[in-house]
Design a protein around this ligand. Structure first.
Ligand SMILES: [Zn+2]
Length: 290
C-alpha cells in the first residue's frame, strides 16, 4: 500500500526514475564496482527482493507484469537462487552459505493480484516467497471500482497463498508509519497482527516489514518494540545487500519495479541496485511517488 497518489505517476517522472535506476545499475557494471565488490567482500550476500502488485498497468512502478514476473521467477528457479524464509534465517545465523546471487522473494501488502497472478507462477516454479500482509486489512476493499486501490486478499485466498509455499508474515495491522506511533501502539500493531495471522492461518509469524520503510518510518524504538513482540527479522525498504551477521532488525531490500527488462533484473540480483541506497538516504523526492 503506497497511498492513492502512487497509482499513477506522470510520464516525465516515470522516465526520470527509470533512467536513474538504469544509470545506477548499469553504471555499477561500467565502473567495475560489481567486480570490485566481488573481490573485496568479506562473505556471501543475499538480496531480498520487494514486490507489491502484479499485472498489466500503465506506468505504475509498484506493479510488475505477469510476463515479467514469470521470467524473473524462472530465472531464479533455473539457477537455484531462491531462498525460503527459513533458509534466509539460517544464512543470517551463519548456518547456510548461499550461492552468489541468492535472493529472497518478498511481496508487500497482500493485494488480490498476489493470489491471482503471483501465486500460480511461484507455485509452478517451486519458488518460495514471503508475503508481508496488512493483517487488519485482509478481505477489505472488495467491490471498489477503479484502479485507485486494489482490494486485499480475503482469508480463504490468504490460506491458499500460505498453502502454496508463501510464508505469510506481518506488515502491521493498519499500514501506518511505525515511527509516528507511540511505543505502545507499535507493540500493539506487532503483537495483534502476529496473533491474528497465526490464529487464522496456523503458521509461524516471526518476520515484520515496515509499512513504507523509508528512514522516516522506523527507528531504534520501533525495532525494539517489534522485536519484543516476538519478531526475529525486521525488513525496511532501504536498498542494499545482506551479509551473514547483519543486524536482523534493520534488514535492507531491493525494490523490483514494473516496466524494466530482464537485464535490469539480473543486475538487481547481482547487486547493481545496492548503490540506490544513496538515493534512499538523500533524494527522497525520486523515491517517494506522488
Ligand atoms: Zn506496504
Amino acid at each position: 500500500m503506497t497511498g492513492p497518489k502512487s497509482e499513477s505517476i506522470t510520464r516525465q517522472r516515470w522516465m526520470a526514475k527509470k533512467a536513474a535506476r538504469a544509470a545506477v545499475a548499469f553504471g555499477s557494471v561500467a565502473t567495475g564496482r560489481l567486480a570490485l565488490v566481488e573481490r573485496l567482500r568479506l562473505g556471501p550476500e543475499v538480496r531480498v527482493l520487494t514486490y507489491h502488485r502484479f499485472g498489466d498497468a500503465d506506468r505504475e512502478p509498484f506493479r510488475v507484469a505477469a510476463k515479467s514476473f514469470e521470467e524473473q521467477v524462472r530465472y531464479l528457479a533455473e539457477r537455484g537462487l531462491a531462498l525460503s524464509l527459513s533458509e534466509f534465517e539460517q544464512f543470517l545465523a551463519g548456518d547456510l552459505v548461499p550461492k552468489r546471487g541468492a535472493s529472497l522473494v518478498t511481496i508487500d501488502d497482500g493485494s488480490v493480484s498476489v493470489h491471482r497472478v503471483a501465486l500460480p507462477i511461484l507455485r509452478d516454479h517451486g519458488v518460495p516467497a514471503v508475503l508481508f500482509t496488512v493483517a487488519g486489512a485482509v478481505g477489505t476493499g472488495h467491490g471498489q471500482d477503479g484502479s485507485a486501490a486494489e482490494a486485499f486478499v480475503d482469508w480463504d485466498e490468504l490460506a491458499e497463498i500460505a498453502a502454496g509455499g508463501i510464508a505469510v508474515q506481518s506488515h502491521s495491522m493498519t499500514h501506518r508509519s511505525m515511527a509516528r506511533l507511540s511505543v505502545n501502539e507499535v507493540a500493539d500493531e506487532a503483537a495483534q497482527s502476529r496473533e491474528l495471522l497465526e490464529g487464522r492461518l496456523g503458521g509461524d509469524v516471526r518476520s515484520f516489514a515496515y509499512p513504507y520503510g523509508t528512514r522516516a518510518d522506523y527507528d531504534a524504538g520501533t525495532a525494539r518494540a517489534i522485536h519484543d513482540a516476538g519478531y526475529r527479522c525486521i525488513f525496511t525498504s532501504q536498498h542494499g545487500a545482506i551479509g551473514a551477521g547483519a543486524d536482523p532488525l534493520t534488514l535492507p531490500r531491493v525494490k523490483i519495479e514494473g516496466g524494466e527488462g530482464m537485464a535490469m533484473f539480473r543486475l538487481a540480483v547481482a547487486g547493481g541496485l545496492d548503490a540506490w541506497s544513496v538515493v534512499d538516504r538523500s533524494l527522497y523526492a525520486l523515491q517517494t511517488p506522488g
